[in-house]
Design a protein around this ligand. Structure first.
Ligand SMILES: CC(C)(COP(=O)(O)OP(=O)(O)OC[C@H]1O[C@@H](n2cnc3c(N)ncnc32)[C@H](O)[C@@H]1OP(=O)(O)O)[C@@H](O)C(=O)NCCC(=O)NCCS
Length: 333
């Protein structure tokens, strides 16, 4: 049994940090739920115990746990899950999920059992997780904006909020309360450029949409892991950023194995469907943001974006329904 009080932990001599296995699915979900109850149920957030019960209700069904066990057994490309265990009792006391992505690394989830916080379990988990990430890329995470304890820990590890802060609001919970999340970044020591590395980049099937739901079964790593964000530029309008992400989202869902393919703006999008998708994603995630960043040319960028979408429709890679969906998803939330 997991120790339930601080005194129990005093006797612990050793903590083991190991890759998570399918058998860890239920204890991980229980740990995350306990962590939510302890961290987010308070007057500040307005989130109630009932909200958390509702949120996790579906996460404990046999089907949901089987899904999670499968995801732990066969993690998606670039994903690593670690658990911290009491070496004596084998009780689960911490969980960490990280993911390597084309643009950046993501610290997708980190929870330490409430009674054992501040005893360096989180540090050990983060060190293991960080070891699997690409050191040449920045690492991002999202933390509840008023979760000062966690933010203090992340600052200690070298993460910092962006200036201005990048925020997004999750969907309201049952009571109407919701979390507002803020982005923190750990800058790579020698990040070459924020551009994609086309030779290694792979599309991912899930992309972040600001304001989109991070609900469902929270913090199991499935929802939050994959924020493939277009490089964020101060001058890039949010609607353009959304359109880029919405377009890449549709393409990545349909062609999850397409790789980025380097090309230049103005060159015809040509070749096999996978090649065209790879070229389009490269332009959308790499070249168009550059037009804002380097050239300060929003008009050209807007036109180039439309041309890419037109061409994808012309080639039948995007249907008119999908185009309409992209337009809907690009509208502010
Ligand atoms: C955030 C969390 C994962 C950190 O794990 P932890 O095991 O408690 O953290 P550690 O003990 O490894 O602390 C790391 C460092 O931060 C310091 N620290 C911890 N809490 C702190 C606080 N409130 N203020 C300032 N520094 C703090 C520690 O002293 C330690 O510093 P050191 O390296 O000099 O020893 C854990 O507290 C947790 O699960 N919190 C609740 C869930 C949560 O908020 N998760 C994050 C969701 S994004």
């Amino acid at each position: 049994m997991m120790a339930t009080s601080g005194e129990g932990f005093e006797q612990l001599t050793q903590i083991e940090v190991l890759p998570a296995t399918p058998e860890d699915a239920l204890p991980i979900r229980q740990l995350i739920k306990d962590s939510w109850l302890n961290t987010f149920v308070n007057e500040r957030t307005g989130i109630t115990k009932d909200d958390v019960e509702e949120l996790f209700k579906k996460g404990f069904t046999p089907a949901a746990l089987a899904d999670m066990a499968k995801a732990l057994a066969e993690p998606r490309e670039g994903v690593a899950n670690f658990v911290a265990k009491d070496a004596n009792t084998r009780a689960l006391i911490g969980y960490c999920r990280v993911r390597k992505m084309p643009v950046e690394n993501l610290l997708a989830g980190l929870h330490v059992a409430p009674h054992i916080k501040n005893r360096r379990v989180g540090t050990q988990l983060w060190e293991k997780g960080q070891g699997t990430l690409d050191p040449t890329k920045d690492t991002v995470l999202w933390v509840e904006v008023n979760n000062e304890d966690a933010k203090a820990v992340y600052r200690r590890w070298g993460f910092a909020e962006t200036d201005p802060p990048e925020l997004f609001e999750e969907e309201p919970m049952k009571s109407g309360a919701h979390r507002t999340m803020v982005k923190m970044i750990f800058k790579a020591k020698h990040a070459p450029t924020p551009d994609l590395d086309p030779s290694r980049a792979k599309l991912t099937t899930e992309l972040d949409k600001p304001g989109a739901s991070m609900r469902g079964v929270p913090d199991n790593g499935q929802e939050r892991e994959s924020r493939l964000r277009a490089p964020k530029e101060a001058t890039m309008p949010e609607s353009v950023r959304r359109k880029i992400l919405a377009t890449v989202q549709v393409l990545a869902d349909k062609h999850p194995d397409a790789g980025m393919l380097q090309t230049t703006l103005g060159a015809p999008l040509d070749g096999s469907v996978e090649e065209v998708v790879g070229q389009a994603c490269y332009l959308l995630l790499n070249e168009i943001p550059k037009l804002y960043r380097d050239d300060g040319n929003p008009k050209e960028a807007g036109e180039a974006l439309s041309k890419i979408v037109d061409r994808l429709c012309e080639l039948g890679i995007l249907s008119s329904d999908e185009r309409a969906k992209i337009d809907r998803d690009s509208v502010g939330h």
